[in-house]
Design a binder for this molecule. Structure first.
Ligand code: FMN
Length: 487
């Protein structure tokens, strides 16, 4: 509805009346929601194991209901602005290209897409609640809330309505699969392969589960994940806690098959580097037939000796071992390696050349960094423990640099999955133009919340249309001149 020239914009009487009834009605569940979420969060923080299903359900269901009602009714833009205002930086992330906040004055909501209100609610919820509880407990709470929200057909329909499905222009064909969106979940968020379908339902095009090791392991002692909010970063020294390959395989077998699942396999904490081949074989054996693609992780900084395996003399036999295990299992699953951001240019070129020589299907770049210099001094001072890997915004420049270098060397002959510091549609766009066929996110999703994938998908689809293309895949690598020299 357009404003009359020079006058107040016309009202929409029907909507005004609906709002007048809905808003107060929705406020009650919201108040209840916040109260019960704080109580659920503190209960989880005290002792996660004493919270039974029924109690958490009692506390979490009103939360979801209230937030959903609130998001449904507020803010409800019923008037077009008299004039488009200047671009405004997001109050929380301070980015001009934060697609939601920057467009709030002129936003018009289309059914099937996440509302701007839900973005702001998450920012508020993050600041008031999540930020104050242990990161791993917050993670458990988010996982449980999403699980409960999707446990009924009504809940699933509500999530679908909030998120919508990615536009057809975002479809990407790679690794013998058709990804509904190039934006996926990075390894580490669904470590035990138990909520990838819930994550897929939020609008992610795929989920990489793991890292999975041969047998179950508990990881390092807590605290082991830290939020560095000012830097929009996470520091973790988890050390691959996971249920082991057999259990992960059982979880994957129960899946409905709607979400594309990559499996990230890693070295057990106790396996010596010399025996790594045998250890990785045991990890991939039960998963070979269940994964849509498989990643050999040689880059997490929290397992001693792991990153040494990025060196060609160790990596070559490791890949051969994994390949022979896959062949024995009769599996033709696409095989990729995941590398770290702390390799120097020569090491990076050597790994890339090996991937081309051995005809791997792709490279996932990058894992977390051990470089603390990327943090602001406030961020660096806030870190109470040694070691660990940094992720999030401080990793963005290096991740982009690595991607561009690899793409200059190999062109589109390998599928490049870029990960590290992605927070906005602009970041995804930059990676696609830089040569990434697919991208992944972890930390940005933690800071931006459950409507992030839907918002990014919408923004990307707009950009594809704006670029005059019908498919985002046409744009892969169009921003990087290929290097015609040897790899
Ligand atoms: C808490 C946490 C746990 C992670 N666990 C794993 C893991 O098990 N395996 C892995 O390959 N990468 C893991 N990662 C790294 C991410 O997959 C990703 O490469 C990295 O965080 C950079 O992306 P981001 O900046 O979007 O977070 C983890 C990251 C975080 C923050």
């Amino acid at each position: 509805m357009l404003p009359e020239p020079g006058g107040r914009p016309p009202k929409h009487p029907k909507r005004e009346i609906v709002n007048a009834i809905l808003w107060p009605t929705a406020s009650a569940p919201l108040t209840l929601a916040i109260a019960s979420t704080v109580s659920a969060a503190s209960a989880v923080a005290k002792d996660e194991t004493t919270i039974g299903w029924s109690r958490s359900r009692r506390l979490t269901a009103p939360t979801i209901l209230g937030v959903a009602c609130w998001a449904r009714t507020y803010p409800r833009p019923i008037r077009a602005p008299a004039r488009p205002g200047p671009a405004r930086a997001c109050g929380r992330c301070r980015r001009l290209d934060c697609s939601v906040t920057a467009t709030l004055p002129t936003v018009s909501w289309t059914p099937g897409s996440a509302r701007p209100g839900s973005h702001l609610i998450y920012h508020l919820f993050f600041r008031l609640v999540l930020q104050h509880i242990d990161a791993e407990h917050a993670h458990a709470l988010a996982k449980r809330s999403l699980r409960i929200a999707r446990s009924t057909s009504l809940g699933r329909a509500a999530v679908r309505r909030l998120t919508g499905s990615p536009d057809r222009s975002l479809e990407v064909r790679a690794l013998g699969l058709t990804f509904p969106s190039p934006v996926g979940v990075a390894a580490g968020l669904d470590k035990d392969a138990t909520w990838f379908e819930d994550l897929g339902a939020l609008g992610f095009g795929f989920v990489e589960v793991g890292t999975i090791t041969a047998s179950q392991q508990g990881g390092n002692p807590r605290p082991r994940v830290l939020r560095l909010v000012k830097d929009r970063a996470l520091l973790n020294r988890l050390g691959f806690p996971n249920p082991g390959a057999e259990s992960a395989a059982a979880h994957l077998r129960r899946a409905m098959g709607a979400t594309i699942v990559g499996v990230n396999a890693g070295k057990s904490l106790l396996a010596p580097v010399e025996a790594a081949g045998r250890d990785y074989r045991a990890a991939v054996r039960p998963l070979a037939q269940l994964a849509d693609y498989l990643v050999i992780n040689v880059s997490s900084p929290n397992t001693p000796g792991l990153r040494e395996m990025q060196a060609v003399p160790l990596l070559r036999p490791l890949i051969a071992d994994v390949r022979s295990e896959l062949a024995a299992a009769g599996s033709a699953v696409p095989l990729l390696i995941k590398i770290g951001p702390d390799l120097d240019d020569d090491q990076l070129d050597a790994v890339t050349a090996l991937a081309v020589e051995l005809e791997l299907d792709g490279i996932v770049a990058v894992n977390t960094t051990v470089d603390r210099a990327v943090l602001t001094s406030a961020g660096a001072q806030a870190v109470p423990f040694q070691g660990g890997g940094l992720s999030g915004a401080p990793l963005r420049p290096r991740a982009l640099q690595v991607l561009r270098r690899i793409h200059r060397n190999v062109g589109n002959s390998l599928v490049l999955i870029s990960v590290g510091g992605i927070e906005s549609a602009q970041d995804v766009w930059e990676r696609i133009l830089g040569g990434a066929t697919l991208v992944q996110v972890y930390t940005g999703f933690i800071y931006e919340g459950p409507t992030w994938p839907a918002r990014i998908n919408r923004d990307l689809a707009r950009r594809v249309r704006g670029a005059g293309r019908s498919s985002i895949q046409d744009l892969v690598g169009t921003g990087v001149a290929p290097n015609h020299g040897p790899v």
